[in-house]
Write a protein that binds this ligand. Structure first.
Ligand code: ADP
Length: 380
């Protein structure tokens, strides 16, 4: 068993001005520098990627998502977290809003692009020795209640996952039970589930005073791969799928003897998380339902920030990481830290009127830059 380090990547994307926004002087980008952003003339931040308003969906996808897709195909768990105030471009970037999933265009976001490239990558591996299965689930977390967006009743908000249990197996994988996981065999089918869940989310959200900005959406793709390898289990060069032998997140080998063919099985998960608007991350004077919502969003986003900060703190690495402080962090436990690839996509408005929220977003994203995930490579 060997250990390597891989970092959580942090990308900041500033969307174009909308029609109602005029002033945009407080945010500056440095020419020929794709990693720095300056606020109010003197607050400079450095991230793995900084996308100015002119950056298009393809640029974002090809620079920061394709590397994660490649790792996912090799067996790593992966997560993209879209963070930022409401209206900053999280849903647009992720491509899980109704506009994006109903009209496939060059403006489509990360998830629809991922769906197409995933099947291209899997089909390119086709061989008699190789098979794969793809599953999908789509959850919404609102007020610590989980809604299964693939349940027909989700539209009426009666599709709560009441019997959800979160369990950790002996390899540290988080297993959700009680959540609908649908099998998909083509990009169209997977896209169909993205549309179905997005429609359920939007319809219910409109009926409930636009809840979607106050809930977290988690679209998950689970990939199970199996390769039959001739030769001994130690002979990792004997497969035409070398990638699968190097970096499993969940790997099982089945062999009768060391000289007969054996089967290598890998399971990896990719979570796409459209987080609730970060403007809730502050004291409000809300009462009633809104106050309850505010508390639960605060709990989730603060816990996420604390987990991220704890993971980045070398001195606390081996001790307590507060995953259990919220349902959000518990659900994502095996995708933050450990054997996972994580991208935080911090979205921001270019407008001077939002500069305080933008500063908060950049400070929050800055905490994430310190994470160094310890990736354990299991060579069995
Ligand atoms: P959020 O999910 O953070 O609340 P949205 O993704 O709904 O925000 O974006 C708010 C508005 O801005 C939408 O009308 C969206 O189409 C538009 N928008 C966001 N980002 C971009 C972008 N990079 N380019 C063009 N329009 C964008």
């Amino acid at each position: 068993m060997t250990a390597t380090s891989s970092s959580v990547r942090v990308a900041v994307r500033v969307r174009p001005l909308t029609e109602n926004e005029k002033q945009h002087y407080a945010i500056k980008f440095i020419p020929n520098n794709e990693q720095q952003i300056v606020l109010n003339g003197d607050r400079s931040f450095t991230f793995d990627y900084v996308y100015p308003p002119a950056a298009d969906q393809n640029q974002v996808y090809s620079t920061c998502v394709i590397p994660l897709l490649n790792k996912f195909l090799e067996g790593y768990n992966s997560t993209i977290l879209a963070y930022g105030q409401t209206g900053s471009g999280k849903t647009y970037s992720m491509g899980i809003g109704l506009d994006s999933v109903m009209n496939s265009t060059i403006n489509e976001g990360i998830v629809p692009r991922f769906i197409n490239s995933l099947f291209e990558g899997l089909n390119a591996n086709k061989s008699p020795n190789y098979s794969f299965q793809v599953y999908v689930s789509f959850l919404e977390l609102h007020n610590e209640d989980l809604v299964d967006l693939l349940c027909p009743s989700a539209v009426k908000r009666t599709g709560y996952v009441s019997n959800l249990t979160i369990r950790e197996d002996n390899q540290g994988n988080i297993c959700w039970s009680g959540v609908r996981e649908e099998v998909v065999t083509s990009p169209d089918e997977l896209m169909g589930y993205l549309q179905k869940g997005s429609i359920a989310r939007t319809t219910a959200s409109t009926d409930m005073n636009n809840t979607s900005s106050r809930s977290h959406a988690i679209f998950s793709v689970i990939l199970k791969q199996q390769v039959t390898i001739s030769g001994s289990a130690d002979d990792t060069t004997s497969t035409d799928l070398n990638n699968l032998t190097r970096s499993p997140s969940d790997q099982t080998l089945v062999s009768d003897s060391s000289s007969t063919p054996y089967i290598k099985k890998l399971t990896s998960k990719f979570h796409f998380v459209d987080l609730a608007g970060s403007e809730r991350l502050k004291r409000t004077n809300a009462v009633g339902d809104r106050a309850k919502e505010g508390i639960s969003i605060n709990t989730g986003l603060l816990a996420l920030g604390n987990v991220i900060s704890a993971l980045g703190d070398e001195s606390r690495r081996v001790s307590h990481i507060p995953y259990r402080d919220s349902k959000l962090t518990r659900l994502l436990q095996d995708s933050l830290g450990g054997n996972s690839q994580t991208l935080m996509l911090a979205c921001a408005s270019p407008s001077d009127s939002n500069i305080t929220e933008t500063l908060n977003t950049l400070k929050y994203a800055n905490r994430a830059r310190n994470i160094r995930n310890r990736v354990v490579v299991n060579q069995q």
